[in-house]
Design a protein around this ligand. Structure first.
Ligand code: SAH
Length: 508
């Protein structure tokens, strides 16, 4: 025993009971944090990160829980060989419900290609977030029957963050063909016709080639891209500036030069993910380990991201307004638009915040060509709010629970995508969004169904076919036909020609 110990003991004994209690509680909470059983390994990693750096943006949380190589929802093989999608998985998507969905998207593509003059070569098919590959597979089967279009296809590009799903897609689209690693990702060959299938993890890895005709598809992809959420707070009382300090990942930092008019205008505050003391300190059962909290000061994101569009700026002046913004979705929409419409301008950096990336160079296209179809759930024209949701086993669960086991997504802000597309390229125009039900009906789902039913004699199978197509177009009671929307990006033509499904006719 050294000499210091009795002195320390007597000092402790002289402490007020309250101080002792506090010490004890803090000691216990540390022990709880380190020894507690976290819902998943990813929960522990995230909790440690939050403990070190403070609360994190929702976007950082989403990215980790969805695509982290260590236990992300999409990037981890489900235990026991289970699956993410389909009846056995956590959710079912339209392409998985019926082959008719992919066939009609295929027909839309051929119609659009014909309307653009039916180029004989240089067609690129691109899909972002292909899941099990079902949509692309159903489209390719459709294209096989239209030789002029089929022979114009030069390559198929798949943007997929998950190595597990890349493998699933490869099996479906390429069968036993070998898959090899390349500089930018992976490569194999389509089983339907002799064209390469190329995988990358991010669309920015794909070269922007001038005279190509890309047809780009995104089904339930944008809802998985990370969002930031902000709330407008009223100005601080006279004489107090709110903006002397900002939160950064390494803690609060004092601003050398206070922001102008900071004290008397509403400010955006970011909603951050933090530890839930009820679960982590008090160990209350069934309490989620994470919760949302409003940042106490501005964050780099809250100073920059809500300023990128007038739509957000208008709401800032009304304290209590909340907005969800997905800078990464805007980057994807801009990239897609530039591939179709080209751009004479070097692209603007979309944000200076957490999502900043190097933008591709300016791409002048002699004549815009190709198209994109974005299909997802989201808002027609309003800015999404409180839309972060979690799904597990077909049930709604708290979005911040069991990180990596729960599918986390948010409503897609279609207007933001349209804005980003038009801003990025003078060579495109945007149509829609229209409801999925309307789109599929305009594309002839009833006729295609009738055709399939004519050749199907098995009563049971006929029922399955009919129920599936009903489900895709149903508009009542939160049906998929109304909930899901479709938006098209096509070459700019002064609004003279509308694409099929968006009020346009098939041009033969
Ligand atoms: N389109 C499919 C799958 C939708 S799920 C369908 O509708 O059935 C979302 C898909 O996007 C998955 O394939 C997932 O692995 C992929 N994904 C999610 N986030 C991604 C990201 N940031 N970059 C690339 N792919 C991503």
């Amino acid at each position: 025993m050294n000499n210091a110990t009795p002195r320390l003991l007597s000092r402790l004994l002289r402490s007020t009971p309250r101080a002792l209690n506090n010490r004890a509680r803090r000691y216990n909470s540390t022990a709880t944090f380190e020894t507690r059983e976290w819902s998943t390994p990813l929960a522990r990693t995230l909790a440690n990160a939050i403990k070190t750096t403070g609360p994190i943006p929702i976007a950082a949380f989403m990215r980790q829980v969805l695509t982290s190589p260590e236990g992300g929802y999409y990037t981890t093989k489900p235990e026991g060989g289970g699956e993410v999608f389909g009846k056995k998985g956590d959710f079912v998507t339209s392409p998985e419900i019926s082959q008719v969905f992919g066939e009609l998207v295929g027909i839309w593509t051929i119609a659009e290609w014909m309307a653009q003059g039916g180029k004989k070569s240089g067609v690129q098919l691109m899909e972002v977030g292909p899941g099990k590959g079902t949509l692309m597979d159903d489209m390719l089967r459709t294209f096989r029957n239209f030789k002029p279009f089929r022979s114009s296809i030069e390559a198929i590009y798949l943007v997929e963050a998950s190595p597990t799903l890349r493998e699933v897609q490869k099996q479906l689209l390429c069968g036993d063909a070998v898959m090899e690693e390349t500089d930018i990702g992976h490569r194999s060959t389509s089983k339907y016709f002799d064209v390469p299938v190329i995988w990358v993890e991010d669309i920015r890895l794909l070269p922007h080639e001038q005279e190509k005709t890309p047809f780009i598809f995104a089904h339930e992809f944008f809802d998985a891209l990370p969002i930031h959420a902000f709330e407008s707070i009223p100005p601080a009382p006279e004489g107090q500036s709110q903006e002397q300090e900002i939160m950064t990942p390494t803690g609060p930092t004092k601003l050398h030069r206070p922001l102008p008019k900071a004290a008397n205008t509403p400010q955006w505050r970011e909603l951050l993910v933090t530890l839930n003391p009820k679960a982590v300190d008090e160990n209350i059962k069934d309490e989620p380990e994470f919760k949302l909290t409003l940042a106490k000061a501005s964050t780099p994101s809250s100073l920059v991201i809500p300023e990128i569009s007038k739509r957000y700026q208008a709401l800032k002046t009304q304290p209590g307004s909340t907005i969800e913004v997905s800078p990464e979705s805007r980057i994807y929409a801009s990239d897609i638009a530039r591939r179709i419409g080209g751009s004479s301008q070097p692209p603007r950096t979309v944000t200076k915040g957490a999502a900043a990336t190097t933008a591709p160079p300016a791409l002048a296209k002699r004549s815009p060509s190709g198209a994109a179809l974005i299909m997802d759930y989201g808002t027609m024209s309003t800015i999404p709010i409180n839309s972060l949701r979690g799904i597990q086993n077909h049930q709604a669960v708290p979005a911040l629970s069991s990180p990596g086991l729960v599918d986390v997504s948010a409503d897609v802000d279609f207007t933001a995508l349209a804005e980003a597309a038009i801003d990025a390229s003078e060579g495109v125009e945007v149509h829609g969004p229209v409801e999925q039900g309307h789109f599929l009906q305009a594309m002839g789902i009833a006729e295609r169904m009738a055709q399939l039913l004519r050749t199907e004699t098995d009563e049971e199978k006929r029922k399955v076919l009919e129920t599936a197509s009903m489900r895709l177009v149903e508009r009542g009671g939160g049906g998929m036909g109304k909930l899901y929307k479709v938006m098209a990006i096509i070459p700019e033509n002064g609004g003279r020609r509308r694409p099929v499904g968006f009020g346009g006719e098939v041009l033969a």
